[in-house]
Design a protein around this ligand. Structure first.
Ligand SMILES: Nc1ncnc2c1ncn2[C@@H]1O[C@H](COP(=O)(O)OP(=O)(O)OP(=O)(O)O)[C@@H](O)[C@H]1O
Length: 246
């Protein structure tokens, strides 16, 4: 089912100010203005320098931080939001199958997840425990857990850091496969421009803190045509347009 047929709208973010205030009276002006739209069913990436406010933006979109000025309009106000963190965050005393099922909301407990486990290549590992998995496999479980709940919004915070390049490449392809099968509006944070170019429909570039939007680019080339050469050419063109993003 496509996002359009579920009747969900875009994700609209307009954060006009975010300041962290410490108990000692200190201030950290994290966000000056971050405004962008992620169309329903699209894959949008936020990219910017370290400490510029990317995770803060995700936390605001997720609803974990309400102390900001501005507004966030989610694709479906009653819909579910899934998050994939840098760390897989699996319960070690539960099997792979149980870890994924724990995320299922009431009414979906008996959901048949065979297709999902098949797509992420975990069909043979459902009865394993997290300690028996490599970091790459654990991250597959985290992806399966996120998609299992059929979220109307998927947030990913640097989901492929600390992986060797081969594993990260495989996982990026896998993310696109499962996202294509269970299409939802996705917003990812990354430091990796090559990753952003490979995965995204839209990339939002942020400035140094306090963050503002430096520019937004659309990528219309179908993902299947994004060869290694094409990606390198894109990365070069973007680095010329936004010096220092690499
Ligand atoms: N709870 C907090 N209290 C005070 N300052 C905070 C808090 N959380 C984040 N900050 C500060 O706000 C700024 C933005 O942090 P944030 O984690 O959003 O950046 P980021 O772009 O995700 O960084 P990175 O790329 O390194 O993950 C940083 O200067 C950070 O130190």
């Amino acid at each position: 089912m496509t996002a359009a047929s579920t009747g969900t709208g875009p994700l609209e973010v307009d954060i006009t100010r975010k300041v962290f205030r410490g108990a000692d009276g200190s201030h950290t002006h994290a966000i000056e203005r971050i405004a962008f739209e992620a169309p329903a069913g699209s894959f949008t990436t936020l990219i910017g320098p370290s400490g510029c406010g990317k995770t803060t933006t995700l936390r605001i979109v997720l609803g974990l931080d309400a102390a900001y000025a501005g507004s966030v309009s989610r694709p479906d106000p009653d819909g579910r939001i899934a998050v994939v963190f840098q760390e897989p965050r699996l319960l070690p005393w539960r099997t792979v199958d149980q870890n994924v099922r724990l995320a299922l909301p009431a009414g979906m407990e008996n959901e048949n997840l065979d297709d999902l486990f098949e797509i992420v290549g975990l069909s043979q590992m459902r009865q394993r425990f997290p300690t028996e998995l490599s970091l790459g496999l654990a991250r597959r479980v985290a992806l399966a857990r996120a998609f299992a709940i059929r979220p109307s919004l998927l947030l990913l915070d640097e989901p492929f850091v600390s992986l060797d390049e081969m594993t990260a490449t495989r996982l990026r392809q896998l993310l696109i496969t499962v996202w294509s099968a269970r299409r939802t509006t996705a917003l990812m944070v990354t430091h990796n421009l090559r990753e952003a170019v490979q995965l995204s429909d839209r990339i939002v570039f942020l400035t140094e803190r306090p963050a503002t939007v430096r520019g937004i680019i659309e990528i219309e080339t179908p993902r299947k045509d994004r060869s290694a050469d094409w990606r390198e050419a894109q990365v070069k063109a973007i680095d010329t347009r936004f010096p220092g993003v690499l």
